[in-house]
Design a protein around this ligand. Structure first.
Ligand SMILES: NC(=O)c1ccc[n+]([C@@H]2O[C@H](COP(=O)([O-])OP(=O)(O)OC[C@H]3O[C@@H](n4cnc5c(N)ncnc54)[C@H](O)[C@@H]3O)[C@@H](O)[C@H]2O)c1
Length: 703
């Protein structure tokens, strides 16, 4: 009998089966076998009259074992449905004692038990929809029978976590108490004494007079918010089956819907992202248990756009920040901007004045760099110039205590050069936040040649604490995200040269799912930034051509939204881009000057060129080790660049599309006269994987 995942004890006539599979008693294969064995054993022992299932550690059970996803173990018998059948059909009453986490398959198991007792602080949810799925082990059939159709559907469609206190008086719980085991045991004794026997949720009738009308209403509401995802509507269909069909037929319907979702690209993408986020925090040569340096106090240098947002990220997590500026006006301006950024949350009521005051009190604004002496981490967000960075890092080296981490938020400067401005390059790291830094989840952690492993371990942990998705990048021009973006931007520009208009390119990419097309993004960020950098590079490399249609726009004073005109025009006070015939004329004239004859460019070609440019550069980034794994690149694009989550990121999208198709398309583009064939030639890694019939993200369990 495989009982290692749980313990079995008798307390008088009550068998107590306690799960012991940290961290969350997930329902992996061994656990499922042990559960069936445990139930059988309890039923076989003559002295036992009732069975209590109870968790340990973090709680009851967090549901399916994600490590088994996509492996044969996930479906190895007994599967979860079989386990629940065993529990439900037990002739001796089974009582679930619910504390801590009780989610997904864990909650479905509790619903298959005959009675449920709870304790305060338990977190109850069916979160499957967040992975593009629905609860596939009877959850959609049993929860409506127990809680009623509407509350059950709300939980299933939203995946939201509900506190057990909110449900204590609902039919979910037969008893509720502070001491969970005691509550369960005394309830079990009562069940035995009163000879109540098993009470099965499946036998409960759903009495809902207006079921059809309500379900139609629910369908309409859900459809309006589900976007491209099929799962929320499938949840409604499954609950409709619970309402309208006998239990076993409903269960069958739930299974069909579940399998269909499991095979959907949207769910595959969401599950990929879920796994990618877990993988990203592992650095191949940094042991997971390497002690981190304590970070109790942070210094931020520069209270501009980025410094302000970075400060907010830390104070939101309760960390005190010393905020250093050069001039009082700049400091005042920065602090005012921080306050202004909180106004929205105050208005919406997601933040109250008292909490805000507490947070703002964590900031020590100063012009005195001496106050940085005792910080544990300092992040500079000063002007993007090597001279300024040199001054700042030499100063930090002189002032900040030994052992503190010195970080730069630079977007484009060489981190190794910066690290060597100090006598402690092992303590220097890049922390590349994205704008607005208090909102964007992405944090590129730039690992210098000499960055210490414990420094990496520390910032990865810190990133989690401040709610960021951290991805490690090597040092290169643009790191992971902007290096790929440069290729994407060049592809978009090529399309303009070939005959497309900015609004066509943006529309095609937005139809693909990008949050915003590249030309709208350009207008938002300001075209003058790129213009200045092209001028700098042209001076640096006089024999290369950096020219761009945007140069002509800038020469005409069109810098984007801030000047009311860029790739589009804007009515005053509005951010709504309006296609502008003048831009069409500028582009036409520019093509003429370059001797280009415009042709028809279709939406499909636009998407192919721009997205495949990302993929091809992504392949090089994996191959040269700038990124540790393809899924890290996906996280960068999903969290920092508006790539649609339902496509799983550019590298996952490549896998789904088929690498062979991508290689063929790239070769076709590379062969077009005038194309930058050095770039468009498929990256060696991409070609190799395609030849071997492999993917960037190897499916789990195939190894
Ligand atoms: N703006 C973005 O979208 C973005 C995104 C990622 C990274 N970055 C990087 O972040 C850094 C800052 O960018 P920003 O947009 O916040 O610039 P910004 O011009 O808005 O702010 C820079 C601030 O630093 C202050 N400063 C300059 N030198 C200083 C010094 N020696 N000591 C103290 N304060 C000093 C300035 O007074 C100014 O307030 C740059 O390296 C930039 O490349 C910017």
């Amino acid at each position: 009998m495989s009982m290692s995942k749980l313990s079995f004890e008798a307390d008088g006539a009550i068998a107590v089966i306690r799960f012991d599979s940290p961290p969350v008693n997930s329902l992996g294969h061994e656990m499922r076998r042990a559960l069936v064995d445990g139930i059988e054993r309890a039923n076989g022992e003559p002295g036992i009259e009732a069975i209590v299932l109870i968790g340990s550690g973090a709680g009851f059970s967090g549901g399916a074992d994600i490590r088994e996803f996509g492996t044969p173990k996930a479906a190895a018998p007994p599967d979860l449905l079989a386990v629940l059948r065993e529990i439900e059909s037990s002739p001796k009453p089974v009582i679930a004692a619910i504390g801590g986490v009780c989610m997904g398959g864990g909650l479905e198991m509790a619903l298959a038990c005959h009675y449920r007792v709870g304790t305060p602080g338990a977190r109850i949810a069916l979160p499957e929809v967040k992975l593009g799925l629905l609860p596939g082990a009877g959850g959609t059939q049993r929860l409506p029978r127990l809680l009623g159709v509407e509350p059950a559907l709300n939980m299933i469609v939203s995946g939201a976590t509900v506190a057990s206190e909110k449900l204590r008086d609902s039919p979910l719980f037969d008893a509720f108490g502070d001491d969970l085991l005691e509550t369960a045991l005394s309830f079990a004794r009562r069940v035995v004494a009163e000879r109540r026997g098993p009470k099965r949720v499946r036998d409960l009738a759903i009495a809902m007079p207006n079921a059809e009308a309500y379900l139609q209403f629910a369908r309409n509401t859900v459809k309006a918010v589900a976007g491209p995802y099929p799962a929320p509507l499938a949840c409604v269909d499954a609950v409709a089956a619970a309402t309208l069909l006998p239990f076993d037929e409903g269960l069958k319907r739930e299974r069909e819907l579940f399998i269909r979702l499991m095979l959907s690209p949207e769910s595959a993408a969401l599950r990929h992202v879920f796994q990618a986020e877990r993988a990203a925090s592992h650095i191949h040569d940094v042991p997971g248990d390497l002690p981190a340096r304590p970070i109790r106090k942070v210094g931020v240098i520069g209270a501009g756009t980025m410094g302000g947002g970075i400060t907010m990220s830390f104070i939101n997590a309760g960390l005190p920040v010393v905020l250093l500026e050069m001039k009082q006006e700049a400091l005042d301006r920065g602090l005012a901007a921080i306050r202004r950024n909180y106004q929205g949350a105050l208005r919406k009521g997601t933040l109250n004045e008292a909490t805000l005051a507490q947070r703002l009190a964590l900031i020590t604004p100063t012009l005195d760099d001496g106050l940085l002496r005792d910080v544990d981490l300092v992040i500079e967000a000063v002007f993007e110039s090597m001279d300024v960075k040199r001054q700042v890092f030499e100063k930090l080296d002189a002032v900040v205590r030994p052992g503190a981490i010195l970080a730069s938020n630079t977007s484009a400067l060489n981190l190794d050069t910066i690290a060597n401005f100090t006598r402690r390059p092992q303590d220097v790291i890049g922390l590349h936040f994205f704008s607005p830094a208090n909102v964007m989840r992405l944090l590129e952690v730039v690992r210098g040649a000499k960055t210490g492993k414990d420094v990496l371990a520390t910032v990865m942990r810190l990133a989690k604490a401040i709610g960021k998705v951290a991805v490690v990048s090597g040092v290169c021009d643009g790191f992971i995200g902007n290096r790929m973006l440069a290729r994407y931007g060049a592809a978009a520009h090529d399309l303009i040269m070939a005959g497309a208009l900015p609004q066509q390119v943006d529309a095609a990419l937005q139809e693909f799912g990008m949050a915003m097309g590249p030309f709208r993004v350009g207008d938002l960020a300001g075209l003058d930034i790129g213009w200045a950098s092209r001028k700098r590079r042209a001076a640096e490399f006089p024999d290369r051509d950096f020219s761009n249609v945007a140069d002509v726009l800038c020469e005409a004073g069109r810098f984007g939204q801030k000047t009311g005109a860029g790739w589009y025009r804007y009515e005053s006070g509005s951010r709504q881009p309006i296609p502008d015939p003048q831009v069409g004329a500028i582009i036409e004239e520019y093509r003429r000057r370059k001797g280009v004859v415009a042709r028809e460019v279709g939406a499909r070609e636009i998407v192919e060129r721009c997205i495949y440019a990302l993929i091809n550069e992504g392949a090089r980034i994996v191959e040269d080790g700038t990124a540790q794994r393809a899924s890290d690149i996906d996280l960068v694009y999903l969290n920092g660049y508006g790539f649609p989550a339902y496509r799983g990121g550019p590298m996952f999208y490549a896998d789904q599309t088929g690498l062979g198709d991508i290689v063929r398309a790239l070769r076709r583009i590379a062969a077009v006269p005038g194309a930058d064939s050095a770039f468009w030639t498929p990256a060696p890694l991409l070609t190799r994987l395609a030849q071997q019939g492999k993917t960037f993200n190897e499916p789990k369990g195939s190894a």
